[in-house]
Design a protein around this ligand. Structure first.
Ligand code: AMP
Length: 250
């Protein structure tokens, strides 16, 4: 079985993001970028399935500007066998990413496609679901545990108040939750080996996908700063303020 893993390059999770001066988005120039943490978990899960003899080949895919090649090299160093970069400087919305993935899946015929449950930049949480719908494939979102057996896949999902177990027929789509696994670090020899692995570059046009945005971003704003607190003199004053100023109690 082939596994396709979608990896997105995002602002590193340790970076404090800043909104651009014109409120058109988040500043990404001269900011440390890294693989989206949920995508690292997706790569790790694919590698574990291959190590367990359940998968034959892992293909990492990323869509975006030239710098995505670096993120794909990381995926190769972590254990992916080859990579596909759909190169574009244009804004990519979730539907466009899902359609590009559909085109790649049609050519590669994977048995399993693993994505992150969300990219930590846009927090959309949409690509996996859209891709599964476009393919007409079953989906196990926010996976907490995964088991592949023959033509089937068992997925355990953490839901409010418990765990939900699903059985899916392959080919299927999985999106990863935080607790699915703990990703490994790439070793130096594997980073060196990754430089020699195949990294194919394609353009959206070649894949026959119209990536024009369907949604317009009107404005991006930083959250309002916290105003200074005050000290109250007594419990009675506190209760009075909660009742009459904050109006959070009656
Ligand atoms: P989102 O729906 O944007 O929150 O993204 C969910 C998941 O879709 C990510 O964790 C990735 O696995 C995948 N994804 C989203 N955008 C891209 C991209 N530009 N390139 C590769 N994978 C992506």
């Amino acid at each position: 079985m082939k596994i396709l893993v979608a990896v997105k390059r995002v602002v590193d999770y340790n970076v404090k993001v800043r909104v651009k001066a014109d409120n058109s988005g988040v500043e990404t120039a001269n900011v440390k970028m890294a693989m989206n943490p949920f995508c690292e978990i997706a790569v790790e899960e694919a590698v574990r399935l291959k190590e367990a003899g359940k998968a034959r080949e892992i293909i990492a895919v990323s869509m975006g500007p030239a710098s995505c090649a670096e993120t794909l090299r990381t995926a190769l160093a972590l254990g992916a066998d080859r990579a596909i970069h759909v190169e574009t400087d244009a804004e990519l919305q979730p539907l466009a990413v899902a359609k590009l993935l559909r085109s790649i899946a049609a050519a590669e015929q994977p048995g399993l496609v693993i994505l992150g449950k969300q990219a930590i930049d846009g927090d959309n949480g949409q690509v996996g679901q859209m891709f599964a719908a476009l393919m007409g494939w079953p989906q196990g979102t926010n996976a907490y545990k995964l088991e592949v057996g023959g033509e089937e896949l068992t997925v355990i999902r953490e839901i409010d108040g418990g765990l939900e177990t699903l059985r899916l027929r392959l080919p299927a789509v999985i999106t990863t939750d935080l607790r699915l696994n703990e990703p490994r670090f790439a070793s130096l020899p594997n980073i060196m080996k990754a430089k020699k692995k195949e990294l194919a570059v394609k353009k959206p046009d070649e894949l026959g996908v119209d990536i024009a945005p369907r949604v317009a971003t009107l404005k991006v704003e930083a959250p309002a700063g916290r105003s200074a607190g005050i000290k109250v003199g007594s419990v009675a004053e506190l209760v009075d303020k909660l009742k009459n100023e904050a109006k959070v109690i009656q």
